[in-house]
Design a binder for this molecule. Structure first.
Ligand SMILES: Cc1cc2nc3c(=O)[nH]c(=O)nc-3n(C[C@H](O)[C@H](O)[C@H](O)COP(=O)(O)OP(=O)(O)OC[C@H]3O[C@@H](n4cnc5c(N)ncnc54)[C@H](O)[C@@H]3O)c2cc1C
Length: 457
């Protein structure tokens, strides 16, 4: 597991700041064609924000930290070695047949979030299928332990000596582990390619390409190909699909786990608001359009990267190679050789998003993810607490409500500038850090149950 976006990390940070201590931040990428650098890109970043644009962190740490977090939560009971065997649905309840090493039993559930992965049993038992495309290109992915002093910069090698005609991606992970992804040629047999001796030979060739001559060890390896597959609906009555059970996204969008975390955060706060009577049941209808929309957005971006990284036809290959050759002498073409990073999706069309106020000339739009900035003695993300928050720019903010906490901010501050604020401007931020609405001249008398209803309708 490698790159995670600022938004995903910020959502985890609410519960578990240790993520930030372990992960390696990065904002720079280099692309090379036949050994020559053709692109050096920098992701937008600023000292105003607590988190860097991207972080590399192995998935096992994320799972460990999530588990430690779950363990501390008195409302969650973890049952290991328990397998879902059958589902029976009636109008008000979902009955799950569970088998563990000691017994079989049934749990009656009001609501189910099915996060049971790409081969989801829940999806199969409910009779749903993922629809979309499988891509041809196959990649071997290898984790290598080595004391390599290169900075945490993502490297993409096109047509390197180690993989003529193919591509290679290299990322630094915590604890001196380097992740190397290399493309297999059409003539290479997958079984042979993942034999340990072949992987060692291929890794050695890549390391020679990047000029590393020290010792190294092979930690782990696997093989994958890119898919853009998703469910038509992320909800089946009282069951919500989240993560890989709802979608398989290509690796080049680095959005698999990132997207799954956003799914979980999205349905998590909505169920909590509904179950504690802070929102009515319609709030649950916004889950599919928001999260399926986000997946389709990832597909749109990742498909472009996938075609560039692993051209699907001879025609794409010719165009890709032409662009790379031109990039040797013209930097404008180098921009094409950037395996795209993930960007957070804007819920502009969501039923929970207020129409954007067109009088703003800057700041995060309605539906977009919030923008971090210095606030009080820390950062805005520290002040957002997991419920709805209203940032009011001015001296006399409205009173706190039970559904929302109110933050007073100075319009003449960095935060005010970034949010294009003046006296009386307000931004309403959802628990998952997306902007529910913004008003240049906020009408405080509207900040009551009617706004709550509108926000949560
Ligand atoms: C090689 C590789 C590299 C990747 N790199 C990245 C990356 O850089 N960035 C990124 O964001 N994503 C990446 N991903 C994707 C990421 O790993 C997945 O998107 C993520 O693991 C999905 O999480 P999930 O919880 O939905 O499913 P999973 O992690 O698959 O978890 C599903 C869980 O459900 C359990 N389960 C399954 N069936 C049952 C059943 N019948 N009963 C009970 N439990 C069941 C399984 O045991 C498992 O614990 C990568 C994936 C691969 C394969």
């Amino acid at each position: 597991m490698r790159p995670h976006g600022r938004d995903a990390l910020a959502s985890l940070y609410f519960e578990y700041p240790i993520f930030d201590d372990h992960a390696l931040p990065w904002d720079t990428g280099y692309s090379y064609y036949r050994g020559k650098k053709i692109l050096e890109f920098q992701m937008p970043d600023s000292a105003n924000e607590k988190f860097r644009p991207m972080y590399n962190l192995q998935q096992q740490y994320i799972e460990q930290f999530l588990y430690q977090c779950v363990e501390k939560n008195p409302f969650i009971e973890m049952r290991w070695r328990s397998e879902l065997m059958q589902i029976n649905k009636d109008t008000d309840t979902v009955h799950l047949d569970i088998k563990d090493p000691l017994r079989s039993y049934t749990i009656a559930c009001d609501w189910v979030v099915a996060a049971d992965g790409a081969r989801s049993t829940t999806r199969r038992l409910c009779g749903h299928r993922l629809n979309g495309e499988n891509y041809e290109g196959r990649y071997v992915i290898a984790d290598v332990q080595m004391d390599h002093d290169f900075l945490t910069i993502r490297r993409a090698l096109f047509d390197p000596k180690s993989r003529p005609g193919g591509t290679v991606l290299i990322h630094k992970q915590p604890h001196n582990i380097w992740r190397i992804d290399y493309q297999l040629g059409p003539e290479e047999n997958a079984q042979d390619a993942i034999a340990e001796t072949s992987v060692r030979q291929s890794v050695a060739a890549v390391l020679a390409d990047i000029g590393y001559a020290g010792t190294w060890d092979l930690e782990w390896w696997s093989i994958y190909s890119a898919n853009t597959l998703l469910l038509d609906d992320y909800r089946d009555g009282r069951i919500f699909f989240a993560g890989d059970s709802a979608h398989n996204v290509p690796i080049f969008g680095v959005r698999g786990l990132n997207n799954g975390i956003a799914d979980g955060f999205n349905i998590g706060w909505k169920l909590a608001y509904f179950l504690t009577d802070k929102a009515d049941i319609d709030i649950l209808d916004s889950y599919t359009p928001e999260r399926r929309g986000a997946t389709l957005d990832v597909f749109a971006n990742a498909t472009k990267s996938t075609r560039f990284m692993t051209p699907p036809t001879q025609g794409w290959q010719v165009m890709r190679d032409a662009a790379l050759s031109l990039a040797l002498t013209d930097t404008r073409f180098g921009k094409l050789a950037n395996p795209r990073q993930m960007t957070p999706y804007t819920y502009a069309q969501s039923p929970l998003t207020h129409k954007d106020d067109a009088t703003f000339t800057a700041g995060p739009k309605s539906g977009a993810v919030f923008l971090d900035a210095p606030y009080a003695d820390g950062y805005l993300c520290d002040a957002l607490s997991g419920s709805y928050s209203l940032i009011y720019f001015g001296q006399t903010p409205p009173d706190d409500q039970d559904w929302c906490n109110v933050l007073k901010a100075d319009p003449h501050s960095t935060l005010g500038d970034l949010y294009d604020a003046q006296n009386g401007t307000a931004y309403l931020i959802r628990p998952d850090l997306h902007i529910a609405g913004r008003w240049k001249h906020f009408d405080k008398t509207r900040f009551d149950a009617s706004l709550a209803k509108a926000a949560l309708r």
